[in-house]
Ligand binder design. Structure first.
Ligand code: KG4
Length: 341
């Protein structure tokens, strides 16, 4: 009789401590502790993030195992985010994974956080009927740290065909939100406000760079400078126009993202198009995907909200695929903050 393949996934690359259990490819639990401590600073404070991971990691893993009804001794392997991310944050998850794997005498599987986001489309529970994309597909990966168009040929064959040359889309949203004096993270706030605003009220600079690459720093500067001028005329400008500002900013970012994605899909003749990462929670972007599906015959794949932002379910499922190929990593494998492995 084949033994069950049970993978514990651990994610700690930024400000979410998460643990998940996947059994034979099905998700049994996914527990995440987010860190409210950063709200007061308008951005993630790395030192505070690693301290919070230290506090959260044991109870989060414990809860993930309990919810899954799995004993640590039943685990087949431990998958963990090795990078990219904040080094201090990564070290907590990586060290914990190493310690637990060593004590249980089971293999470790290192996961590239960005691959995890893409493979979130393969997370399934017993009850769901989510259709995973067939290979090859294109994935727009948009988060606080990345904006990429990825050509996904298989679970392990992914090619970045376009990416931001400066800020990520989520970073631009968060910074513009900060300039408006709204809270952190700005993404969900801008999303909420945008639903009530006029998306054509304001126009901001759009980049013109070749190929499938993105750029968002010009838009951010254009937003900042425009706002400064408007506030000179009316000190309460933001308060009076925040919904229109949010809707116009969101429209601009969505147009930039979709335009390059459209050209990539057309040039490559690919109609299966997915979106992943924290910004894929954005309603304007989700609506644009549906509109493109109608207009261009795309089949679109939009993850559940809980799998858009950082989570360990995506790490555990990636670990499950790597386990099938016996792709384990040595105990001495260090975390990496930037270079994608
Ligand atoms: O993937 P993620 O959780 O973390 C990494 O960056 O790895 O993405 C976080 C980003 C933040 O910039 C946040 O503002 C953005 O995702 N975000 C959103 C929404 N929810 C989260 N952006 C736009 N609309 C949203 N609803």
């Amino acid at each position: 009789m084949n033994k069950d393949c049970i993978i514990l996934g651990i994610e700690s690359s930024c400000d979410d401590t998460s643990a998940a259990v996947v059994c034979n490819g099905l998700l049994l639990s996914n527990v995440t502790a987010s860190q409210a401590v950063h709200e007061a600073y308008g951005g993630v404070v790395p030192e505070l993030a690693s301290r919070a991971h230290q506090q959260n990691i044991v109870p989060v893993v414990d809860q993930a195992l309990k919810q899954a009804g799995v004993e640590a001794e039943q685990l087949s392997a431990i998958a963990f985010t090795r990078g990219p991310g904040l080094m201090g944050s990564l070290l907590v998850g990586v060290s914990f994974a190493k310690g637990l794997a060593a004590s249980l005498g089971i293999p470790m599987i290192d996961v590239n956080h960005l691959h995890g986001h893409v493979l979130a489309h393969f997370i399934h529970t017993e009850e769901d009927d989510y259709q995973s994309p067939p290979f090859p597909f294109l994935c727009l990966l948009v988060s606080g740290g990345n904006s990429q168009i990825v050509l996904v040929r298989s679970y392990k064959d992914m090619e970045i065909i376009g990416q931001t040359i400066d800020d990520a889309a989520g970073e631009a949203i968060d910074k513009c939100s900060k300039v408006m004096g709204l809270g952190y993270p700005g993404g969900p706030i801008i999303d909420r406000l945008a639903r009530q605003g006029n998306a054509d009220a304001f126009h901001f600079a759009k980049p013109s760079i070749p190929g499938y690459d993105y750029s968002f720093s010009g838009l951010k500067t254009s937003f900042l400078y425009s706002l400064r001028e408007w506030v000179k005329e009316d000190p309460d400008f933001v308060e009076h126009h925040k919904a229109d500002l949010a809707a116009s900013l969101e429209r601009t970012i969505v147009e930039i993202l979709m335009n390059k994605l459209y050209h990539a899909a057309k040039d490559l003749g690919i109609r299966d198009v997915a979106v992943a990462g924290g910004v894929s929670a954005n309603n304007g972007l989700r609506n644009a995907f549906h509109a493109y599906a109608k207009r261009y015959g795309w089949r679109v794949y939009i993850p559940r909200f809980s799998y858009t932002t950082d989570n360990a379910a995506m790490i555990a499922i990636t670990g499950y695929f790597k386990y099938q190929d016996h792709e384990f990593c040595p105990m001495e494998a260090p975390a990496y903050s930037r270079v994608a492995h």
